[in-house]
Design a protein around this ligand. Structure first.
Ligand code: SAM
Length: 239
């Protein structure tokens, strides 16, 4: 019997820093392995645990995102790339929604993604695939998908580190088909220059749309602060 009702924001029911966590996503139980024992700093091991923005993204993808928009995409399945996947919770949600998914992170960080794919392989019977791939934003041309254009690109909590903004933008542009690829990012403004990323993206030709707070997960509407933003690269206009 449940002693305390599970809520994402309830520390008594949500064991945020345990080695394995369980989430209810799209009516399925998703198990996520974490590596909470390693030190986490602003630029190392950040993906070892699920960030709140990943959960905000999951619930947006589960309950709000219009998947019909991807119906006419690359056969046989639309393709999704997750950048800076960490534990892979957001990408696993896209997989549960039926698209082919590449979870990506630094080459040294794909082991955790592989273990989380293995932990959940049995919950999907459809044929859409999911795979962990190395993708360093500072060397995107070395990725195993360098020339691939995706229908959907997602990323949670990846815009907080200003020194990587230019590389992240370059990676996005490399993997976006102008006027087609939909990009969805979630983040919390922590005063680390997150908004600067969106100004740079705009200058590079992305249109930007903030999802209204009342469409986010109810627990996070109450907390405030979390943002989900969609972007699309527009074709370059020559005057
Ligand atoms: C704050 S964590 C967010 C993890 C996950 N998306 C989440 O929300 O739980 C940032 C992620 O970006 C990854 N990352 C950092 N620098 C990167 C780089 N140069 N190329 C690719 N990924 C990078 C980290 O390894 C980490 O998984």
């Amino acid at each position: 019997m449940e002693l305390v009702k599970w809520k994402y924001c309830n520390p008594y029911s949500n064991q945020k820093y345990s080695a394995t966590r369980s989430f209810q996503i799209c009516g399925r139980q998703v198990l996520i392995n974490q590596l909470p024992e390693e030190d986490i700093t602003l630029d190392s091991n950040t993906g070892n645990v699920v960030w709140d923005g990943a959960y905000v993204m999951c619930k947006y993808l589960e309950n709000v995102y219009n998947w019909d928009k991807l119906k006419d995409c690359s056969p046989p399945q639309a393709t999704c790339l997750e950048l800076g996947s960490g534990t892979g919770l957001a990408g696993l949600t896209a997989w549960l929604k039926g698209v082919d998914v590449y979870l990506s992170d630094l080459p040294t960080k794909t082991g955790l993604l592989e273990s989380n794919i293995a932990a959940n392989r049995h919950i999907v019977t459809a044929q859409n695939f999911i795979q962990a791939v190395p993708l360093d934003w500072e060397r995107p041309e070395e990725s195993i998908t360098p020339d691939m254009k995706f229908d959907l690109i997602i990323g949670s909590e990846i815009v907080y580190y200003k020194p990587l903004h230019n590389s992240l933008l370059k990676t996005l542009i490399l993997n976006c088909q102008p006027h087609h690829t939909q990009v969805v990012l979630s983040y919390k403004p922590r005063g680390l220059g997150e908004e600067a990323f969106f100004s740079k993206a705009q200058a590079k030709g992305f249109t930007i749309n903030k999802i209204p707070q009342d469409q986010l997960d109810p627990e996070f509407q109450q907390l405030g602060g979390y943002q989900v933003v969609t972007l699309r690269l527009e074709p370059i206009k020559y005057l």
